[in-house]
Design a protein around this ligand. Structure first.
Ligand code: USQ
Length: 382
């Protein structure tokens, strides 16, 4: 298939590009380096410095003989995206091109506005480029489990049947995001739903939980092909941060009571999920929503696991609750369903002790790169 990946330089975009190209798909990636620029501006550089996107594509080509086309450009500019669509005629567009950091979106007005404008314009332009230039193209969009928040009832996969005063209807599951970033994803979903029901687009919206891990089959060949792995307070997510903290000898930063439960998945499973969604496209006029995670656990449970495994390897891992910089429930009900991707054939890589040990070993090999001043949270939800 001709696959266009928006946000191809990102933690998920780059491994997805390599994985699909390795399987023989024709892949083109676009990126505006927004994450690299914000990381530089906020002193949040990744653990492993990586070549730019074109260089990575060249390295991948020299090792695999598979080509990945690259455009460095801003898809929030419709003319740029339009030109790519006309030239490439994608059959699938995988849309990762969003500012993904909740803390960055809560820094102040400028960062909130930048996040809102980038994320909504990217989605709007993706929709219009499909409508104008490739109406049969399947949009696979990365949403987030954070769209649902932590309601006191079971979370369904995107939709909820409601009986009200004797009548029944099906609605988007109620959403209550906990950051401006997560709210932009809610708005994306509404935008997609409007265009799907009005113009018959085919869309899969993947509600993904926090992803962890460093390596995929393709990056194993050459460290320059690794994804950008963040452990800072802006782009680092809980698991990746705790792994680095364990190696650096910094007590694991549990925010508040640590009863926050999330649905996690291995980076390798993100690749599987996107591919499964791509291989069985949504129907025309369907907004298919799939909850994308493989297991749920609390922050306390995560910290305990990393501490146990780390100590078994001779690290001295401590855990320390620090005041929660976010406004979120720290002790709550959480029961999201996630059968859709399993039914499509997902074979989960769970977070076993062996998986944690392997990730710790990988981080240990980059121990000298760790800058502990990047770890403590700098952004509060004030
Ligand atoms: N947390 C800690 N200590 C830390 C970091 C995080 O206790 O050092 C807690 C947070 O308070 C939160 C939970 O861990 O309760 C998850 O936080 P996170 O930073 O791992 O993830 P989040 O900010 O929610 O966002 C990440 C990605 C985002 C994606 C989302 C999926 O950055 O792009 O959409 O995970 S989800 O969380 O399901 O919405």
């Amino acid at each position: 298939m001709r696959v266009l990946i928006l946000g191809g330089d990102g933690y998920l975009g780059w491994p997805t590009a390599m994985s699909l190209a390795a399987q023989g798909h024709e892949v083109h990636v676009v990126d505006n380096y927004m994450r690299r620029n914000i990381a530089q501006k906020t002193q949040s550089e990744a653990l492993i410095p990586l070549p730019n996107l074109q260089d990575r594509a060249n390295i991948f080509h020299s090792l695999s003989n598979k080509k990945i086309g690259v455009t460095i450009g801003d898809i929030a500019n419709y003319r740029i995206l339009s030109k790519i669509f006309v030239a490439f005629q994608p059959e699938v567009v995988i849309h990762y091109a969003e500012q993904p950091s909740a803390p960055y979106s809560m820094m102040g007005f400028d960062e909130a506005s930048e996040t809102l404008n980038n994320n909504l314009n990217a989605t709007m332009n993706c929709i219009w480029a499909v409508m104008e230039h490739a109406p049969d193209c399947h949009i696979v969009k990365l949403g987030t489990m954070g769209e649902y928040g932590t309601p006191n009832i079971d979370i369904e996969e995107g939709w909820l049947e409601i009986e009200h005063k004797g009548r029944k209807g099906k609605f988007l599951y109620p959403r209550a995001a906990g950051s401006l970033y997560h709210t932009t994803k809610v708005l994306d979903t509404d935008l997609l739903w409007f265009y799907v029901r009005t113009y018959g687009l085919r869309v899969t919206d993947l509600m993904q939980g926090p992803v962890y891990g460093l390596e995929t089959d393709e990056s194993e060949q050459d460290a320059r092909l690794l994804p950008n792995f963040h452990y800072d307070d802006i782009f680092g997510t809980a698991v990746n941060r705790f792994l680095v903290q364990a190696v650096a000898g910094v007590p694991l930063t549990v925010y508040g009571k640590g009863g926050q439960v999330r649905g996690y998945l291995n980076l390798r499973d993100t690749l599987q999920c996107v591919e499964l969604a791509m291989n069985s496209p949504a129907a025309k006029g369907e907004l298919r929503i799939l909850n994308q995670f493989t297991e749920t656990f609390s922050i306390n449970k995560l910290a305990d696991t990393i501490q146990r495994v780390g100590n078994g390897m001779g690290l001295e891992v401590q855990i320390k609750s620090i005041p929660n910089p976010r406004k979120e429930a720290e002790d709550h009900y959480y029961n999201p369903s996630h059968s859709g991707l399993m039914e499509l054939g997902l074979e989960p890589h769970y977070m076993t002790d062996d998986v944690v040990a392997t990730m710790l070993e990988q981080v240990i090999s980059y121990k000298d790169n760790i800058d502990v001043s990047k770890i403590m949270p700098r952004v509060g939800w004030k």
